[in-house]
Design a protein around this ligand. Structure first.
Ligand code: FE2
Length: 420
């Protein structure tokens, strides 16, 4: 059944307003900085998400639509080769113009046009364009998360270590001991099943066989990860994949990203400023290489993405998402002694040992939006479950996030698994 036109308008406004509300703690200078090639300036995110609606909905479907600025397609196209040439990604932070104020004007212009467009959709247009409108909204939510992870890095490279949002540090929690939860062998059906939106990479739904496995009842914590560090985890080649060990040497990693050792104590940079590392919180900002090495040290392994998905079926989609406004993973309360795994949703994206690959029968859509996911299915690993920067209504059990194995700047952590 189609949602009535006014629901589209309300959903559109809600998502767009949420993006701008995340910018409220920022000042104009914060919007411009690109602290490393993976990071985009906040103002780029604000413009790129508007460009997305302009390019994939307004220009092709609104007769006589006039684009806001002829330069913006070049500046704010991210990676859509089919759409045209684009500005070099690593140079996004070199642009003082367009100004932040001009980009907010661009958003307003796009919002007015989108509101008119969505209000006037015929039912046949709704059927035809539903998936593109959904992609536009979910795309903007993905960029909301990136805005937070990117500004965290921007503040990290600033010796003043500004805080995005003040937050009282919680007292360290008493944690439930980690338990192993057994899952039997069997043939399982995985992947997205409608109704409701999903990205193309979550389909087709298909069968997969799982050997019996055990999954940890909770995430690996900072306290546990410090044991790995103390045990020489970053100095023992035998714990690492070859590429991981080379990365440790090259990058001189000795701890997760954002950790600093001061007077024998670990501190970490958070969106609320520099904090003492809380042993009871989930470890965060570790790469696939670190997650894999930790798991090996712990006599375990990372779960496959399908083990994770099957285990998540008994778990409600609840947790510490962006709506909690913690902007940081939080410790599991002792209350949680559920027979099902805890912390599967929210807090940190969980690395899996699954390479990011197409599902059997996968076909990307034709046209430029076919470039959204499919062309990245090489040299990346799947992460599951969302983080403290993910909107709750953005995540699904079948959602596949993906990053290269050396990426650390997203809210990334891990849960252990074992063969049974
Ligand atoms: Fe994008």
């Amino acid at each position: 059944m189609e949602a009535p036109a006014e629901d589209w308008v309300a959903r559109y406004k809600k998502v767009r307003q949420q993006t701008e509300s995340l910018c409220r703690p920022l000042v104009a200078e914060d919007y411009v900085v690109q602290s490393m090639p993976d990071v985009s300036p906040t103002k780029w995110h604000l413009a790129h998400t508007s460009w997305f609606f302009e390019t994939f909905l307004l220009t092709p479907h609104v007769p006589g639509y006039r684009i806001f600025d002829e330069h913006f397609a070049y500046l704010f196209n991210s990676y859509y080769v089919t759409v045209g040439d684009r500005h070099c990604r690593q140079n996004r932070g070199l642009l003082s113009r367009p100004t932040v104020s001009q980009i907010y004007d661009y958003r307003k212009y796009t919002d007015d046009a989108m509101t008119r467009f969505l209000s006037g959709l015929t039912s046949s247009q709704q059927s035809e364009l539903r998936s593109v409108i959904e992609i536009g909204l979910h795309h903007e939510q993905q960029h909301q998360e990136l805005m937070l992870t990117d500004i965290k890095h921007v503040f990290w490279v600033n010796p003043m270590r500004p805080a995005y949002k003040a937050r009282a540090q919680m007292p360290a929690a008493e944690l439930p001991p980690m338990r192993w939860i057994d899952f039997p062998e069997g043939v399982h059906t995985v992947g997205h099943e409608g109704p409701g939106f999903a990205f193309d990479n979550e389909s087709p739904r298909h069968r997969t066989f799982l050997e019996p496995f055990r999954l940890a009842s909770r995430l690996v914590t900072n306290g546990e990860y410090q044991q790995f560090i103390k045990d020489g985890g970053y100095k023992r080649a035998d714990l690492w994949l070859s590429m991981g060990w080379a990365t440790v040497q090259q990058e001189q990693w000795t701890a997760p990203l954002y950790w600093i050792e001061q007077d024998g104590q670990w501190l970490n940079h958070t969106l609320s400023g520099l904090r003492t590392v809380d042993d009871s919180e989930p470890v965060c900002h570790v790469s696939y290489f670190e997650a894999d090495a930790y798991a090996r040290w712990a006599g375990a392994r990372l779960p496959s993405e399908f083990e994770w998905e099957v285990a998540s079926e008994s778990v409600p989609i609840e947790g510490n998402f962006v709506e909690s406004e913690q902007f940081h993973p939080i410790a599991l309360a002792h209350r949680s002694q559920s027979p099902t795994p805890s912390q599967m949703f929210g807090d940190v994206w969980e690395w899996t040992r699954s390479a990011y690959l197409p599902y059997p029968g996968f076909q990307p859509p034709t046209g430029a939006l076919g470039e959204y996911n499919g062309k990245f299915m090489c040299n990346q690993f799947v992460l599951r479950g969302g983080s403290c920067a993910t909107p709750q209504d953005h995540i699904r059990r079948t959602y596949r996030n993906f990053f290269p194995p050396d990426a650390r700047w997203q809210f990334m952590g891990l849960r252990l698994a074992r063969d049974n």
